[in-house]
Ligand binder design. Structure first.
Ligand code: SF4
Length: 431
């Protein structure tokens, strides 16, 4: 069957989607991946994108391909050649790896083991590394779970999204509510102790009662980590089209806010710390890979459409599998953006404020002193006066500010045009 290939943007994890979209509308230039490798000694994390899925979920604008299993062997060979090309330049031990997609656990088992083995062979892992793979509940059989554990995976992120059959149907998810508990059991039996469950709230027709049951069932399974994001209607998705046609209705904004509040209240009562706006963890189980993103550290991307970041430069690998497969070693890259000092300060504030601990005050002072960025001090003072921000030993969102975080962060990014360093545009881009 011919495969359906869709120009990305991103991956199935909303956090990765958010990170990948950073700077997407800003200035771009064209350089080679080799130029990025020059700074690879900064890298302490890897993001690996596996684009295959069984079925396209209706809310999904992530880069995924349906119905082309025949490409998997070639894809894994191609990916391994990319590992071999990149690894010699990464001099620090890798602290976090995140294999996202798509549905990485959909890959045929021998290929899955081959890929994991190649990662472990080519890269040096830190002693306390965190290695996560995303999974659809239906793919986590006992055999697959064992392969993951044997390959070195020590954290699995399962896309539960909801435990209500009607909500799953609305989202066009293809798993059943019961498969989540089974998949968790298989993962735990294989010896993987660290599990995340992804939840979505604000699904059309979802009532507060239905959502409370989703959280209850999630908490009953006692995952170490829970990500709970509001449903978004990304343009060009079937969900968006259905909403525009009037076939379904967004839920009331007030109800969505109450669901967010309910999530915080219930999860806190069950011992989960909200360490980031949408992420909750049991003690010492915060996701290190997420924290690397929020702390604006440097990571290397592998696979089609994967986005990377090193010290203020962002880029993504070629987005389509067909383009990706036509090479060997390093892939072509695009959407390269080098942020100015002011741009880096804006991003650091945007990312750091999502963390409940906020940003240390001395770091905030540094960020507010950068050339062209002093205006943010006034914005911050206004939000402190409005009760949205608190600024003592750190700058952080208050409970009130949490509810309007996007708008506060937007205010701190107002002068986006001066955030890209146009003096660093690559001259080759003009050819
Ligand atoms: S499983 Fe669904 S949400 Fe995840 S990448 Fe595939 S189509 Fe998108």
């Amino acid at each position: 069957m011919p495969f359906v290939e869709k120009t990305p943007d991103t991956t199935s994890n909303p956090l990765t989607q958010f990170i990948n979209n950073l700077g997407a509308s800003q200035g771009r230039n064209t350089i080679n991946a080799e130029d990025c490798l020059a700074q690879a000694s900064e890298v302490s994390g890897l993001y690996i994108h596996i684009p295959f899925c069984f079925h396209k979920c209706h809310y999904c604008d992530f880069y995924s391909i349906v119905g082309d299993e025949n490409q998997q062997t070639k894809f894994v060979e191609r990916l391994v050649s990319e590992f071999a090309a990149v690894a010699p330049y990464i001099t620090q031990p890798i602290e976090t790896i995140f294999i996202g997609g798509g549905t990485p656990t959909l890959i045929e088992q021998n290929l899955l083991s081959k890929m994991l083995g190649a990662i472990a062979t080519h890269f040096t892992l830190a002693q306390d590394y965190e290695w996560t793979i995303e999974a659809n509940p239906e793919t986590l059989t006992p055999d697959v779970s064992t392969r993951l554990a044997e390959g070195g995976i020590n954290r699995v992120s399962i896309g539960a999204q909801s435990f209500d059959i009607d909500c799953l149907k609305t989202l066009e998810r293809w798993h059943t509510p019961g498969s989540v508990a089974k998949s968790m059991q298989h993962v735990r039996n294989a010896g993987i102790e660290n599990v995340n469950l992804d939840l979505i709230f604000g699904i059309p027709n979802q009532t507060m009662e239905v959502f409370r049951n989703d959280i209850k069932q999630t908490v009953d399974l006692s995952p170490e980590h829970i990500s709970a994001y509001a449903l978004t209607y990304e343009p060009n998705t079937p969900l968006y089209v259905r909403e525009q046609r009037g076939d379904l209705q967004k839920i009331d904004e007030d109800l969505e806010s109450r669901m967010f509040q309910e999530t915080m209240t219930i999860l806190e009562a069950h011992g989960y710390e909200q360490y980031e706006i949408s992420n909750y963890a049991k003690p010492n189980r915060s996701c290190k890979h997420n924290l690397m993103y929020w702390n604006n550290k440097s990571w290397w991307p592998c696979g089609p459409a994967a986005a990377g970041h090193i010290s203020g430069r962002r880029w993504r690998n070629v987005p389509k599998l067909s383009q990706y497969l036509t090479g060997f070693g390093l892939p072509s890259i695009e959407d390269v953006e080098t942020l100015s000092e002011n741009g880096q300060a804006g991003e650091a504030l945007m990312l750091g404020l999502r963390l409940r601990d906020g940003i240390q005050s001395d770091r905030v002072d540094q960020l507010l002193q950068v050339k062209g960025g002093q205006w943010r001090r006034k914005v911050i003072e206004e939000h402190i006066q409005q009760g949205n921000l608190d600024f003592a030993s750190s700058l952080r969102l208050t409970s009130k500010g949490l509810m309007v975080a996007d708008s506060i962060i937007g205010d701190l990014l107002m002068d986006e045009t001066s955030m890209v360093d146009t003096t660093m545009q690559d001259p080759n881009a003009k050819k």
